[in-house]
Design a protein around this ligand. Structure first.
Ligand code: 1HN
Length: 363
């Protein structure tokens, strides 16, 4: 390999320091060997605090819905396999990512349609946004979808969706796709059957695991993932309302609960935590920040979120079925004049497993 001679210095430009010249020459000469100097990138590699490329963003449902319905005319669920409009972070376009680690999309299934059976190592959550009566089938058990229900598809389980009802059904898909891509650990298979055979009655998993009781033997059928497929909104809503009435309101979160895997008390999926919170009418929350970026789905009511990062401040007013993302280490605070309910998910369990989760509650 022959060394490239130093570039001639144009007239009028101050002569570079000999050291700078020597360094630039070093970089050019070693680059063909895939060598690069750490000292030029060290600061960016280990920033003093998280420096996410993600941006805070809001998707208003009344703006998104017409495109979902147009997608319903443009392609069938079966042809698309999954008819989904991806919520792409505006600062991560082309990456199918809502944060560096998480994927979000809105899926539409029309009456009579089937989204065919497949499985993958990526974990998925469904949060029902509009319409009722579609179903998802996991491991031989169907679950009927109703608005506000939180439904799980554990890693590597066969799953298909269908709509036997008379209205379109839309849900938020939350998956750990970017995380699994980062780890190069993804596998996927299509089923030979369009819809899997139903082998268990609807509600079996909830009866076994969703009543503060568990089978005497064999209580982790999906490994690290919760054995409950569906967490009905009715129950979460009732819990939040009672706590709003009878318990102190948290100055940052209002009334916030996390969904659990009843077998472990931990998050329902190993890679994603899920939450539901109620902001009481008149809530004017204090600001907080956390290392786990989070995606929100507005269930009921209206409110606003203020998101601040460096010099940038964004204020989003939101209503039912709107979605927004609060990236890592962005300072956020909620307000709601009339009260509202928010579902959210994040990659917090991974931060916690690695011992790097940080949260700050500001005043
Ligand atoms: C998937 O399997 C579903 O099962 C939704 O509904 C979205 C995005 C990427 C890869 C697999 C589903 C998906 C997905």
């Amino acid at each position: 390999m022959s060394a490239t001679p130093p570039e001639p210095v144009p007239a009028g430009v101050p002569t570079p320091q000999p050291a700078v010249n020597t360094r630039q020459q070093l970089y050019r000469d070693m680059s063909p060997l895939n060598l690069t100097p750490l000292w030029e990138v060290l600061h960016a590699l280990v920033p003093p605090q998280p420096a996410t490329p993600c941006a805070a963003a809001l998707w208003r449902y009344d703006e998104v819905r017409p495109f979902l319905m147009r997608a319903g005319e443009a392609i069938t669920a079966e042809e698309a396999v999954r008819r989904v409009l991806i919520l792409e972070n505006p600062a991560l376009r082309g990456q199918s990512a809502v944060t560096q680690s998480l994927y979000a999309g809105l899926q539409l299934i029309l009456p009579g349609e089937v989204a065919p059976s497949h499985r993958h190592t990526q974990s998925a959550l469904r949060f029902i946004v509009e319409g009722a009566g579609a179903y998802t089938a996991v491991d031989g058990e169907r679950t009927t979808m109703r608005p506000g229900d939180f439904i799980i598809t554990p890693s590597w389980t066969w799953h298909d969706h269908g709509n036997d009802a008379s209205e379109p059904v839309v849900w938020l898909d939350g998956l750990d796709i970017p995380m699994i891509r980062f780890l190069d650990a993804g596998f996927a298979q299509n089923d030979t059957r369009k819809s899997q055979t139903v082998t268990r009655a609807e509600g079996t998993s909830l009866a076994r695991y969703g009543h503060n009781m568990a089978p005497v033997r064999g209580d982790a059928p999906y490994g690290l993932t919760s054995p409950i497929f569906s967490y009905p909104y009715e129950r979460s809503r009732e819990a939040l309302h009672q706590l709003e009435r009878d318990a102190p309101i948290d100055a940052w979160d209002g009334v916030k609960l996390r969904y659990i895997n009843p077998a472990t008390g931990g998050s329902p999926m190993p890679t994603m935590a899920t939450f539901m919170q109620r902001l009481p009418a008149g809530f004017d929350g204090k600001p907080w920040r956390q290392t786990d970026g989070a995606v929100y789905s507005v269930v009921e009511g209206h409110g606003e979120v203020l998101v601040q990062h460096g010099e940038q401040t964004r204020r989003f007013t939101f209503g039912p079925r709107d979605h927004f993302v609060i990236p890592s280490w962005h300072t956020a605070s909620f307000r709601s004049a009339t009260g509202c309910v928010l579902f959210s998910y994040s990659d917090r369990p991974v931060h916690q497993a690695l011992g790097i989760h940080q949260e700050e509650r500001l005043s």
